[in-house]
Design a protein around this ligand. Structure first.
Ligand SMILES: [Zn+2]
Length: 223
């Protein structure tokens, strides 16, 4: 299948990653970020975690720094909004998003899936679209008990080494989650393999996204 290739408007590709909780960005699009940083020289990444308190906050910072070690530039922000209560403190979170809108201008944004069944995830997704109205937004998926996986429409093929690196980083950084039944190499690998099968990934691994709006253009001058 022919592939769409990323072409930033300027020399530097500016990426914004939004995650409700400490490990969401890594689980949802960590492989894509690693793949992006391996193939693009000049990438600046804003990495914002809305709920990262105590030990989870320390883990979030450690992990973000590990995932972004090859970025040309980065800004990591951890906030302390109350886990599980985002819809009930929407005003404060929206105020923060309004601040962001005036402070940064990303080319590409990764955020939660609009139909994610976790209330915190869903609110961040809604506010992303409210806030950034002329930006390319990709929604990532998080495997969970609620069972809200759907049929994504955009895939990023991952090299086997990148897939393994993603899982190793996540399991190494978020020790506080180790006792959770789903926090295992098997489940992370399973979803990557499943999406890899759906898109004929060369190494068999892929991350998947929902691209609700994509503008298609063609390279070259008019003939
Ligand atoms: Zn989460």
């Amino acid at each position: 299948m022919m592939k769409l290739k990323l072409e930033p408007d300027s020399e530097q590709l500016k990426v914004l990653c939004l995650g409700a909780h400490s490990d969401d960005i890594e689980i949802g699009c960590g492989g894509t970020i690693l793949q992006l940083l391996r193939t693009q020289r000049n990438v600046f990444i804003w990495w914002i975690v809305f709920s990262a308190t105590g030990k989870r906050g320390v883990e979030a910072l450690q992990s973000a720094n590990l995932f972004l070690q090859d970025a040309a530039g980065k800004e990591i922000v951890t906030k302390e909004f109350r886990d599980g209560f985002f819809p009930y403190m929407g005003e404060a979170i929206k105020d923060y998003c309004e601040e962001l809108k005036h402070a940064i201008c990303p080319d590409l944004i990764f955020t939660h899936f609009r139909k994610d069944l976790h209330q915190d995830h869903r609110l961040i997704s809604e506010l992303t679209w409210n806030t950034f109205r002329d930006h390319y937004i990709l929604e990532y998926e998080i495997l969970k008990y609620d069972g809200d996986l759907g049929s994504p429409n955009l895939f990023v093929h991952l090299d086997r080494a990148i897939a393994e690196q993603k899982i190793k980083h996540i399991r190494g950084c978020f020790k506080s989650q180790a006792s959770r039944s789903w926090f295992s190499e098997e489940t992370f690998s399973a979803l990557l393999r499943l999406r890899g099968v759906e898109t004929n990934a060369t190494d068999g691994y892929a991350e998947a996204f929902y691209a609700r709006k994509t503008n298609l253009s063609f390279c070259g001058s008019p003939r």
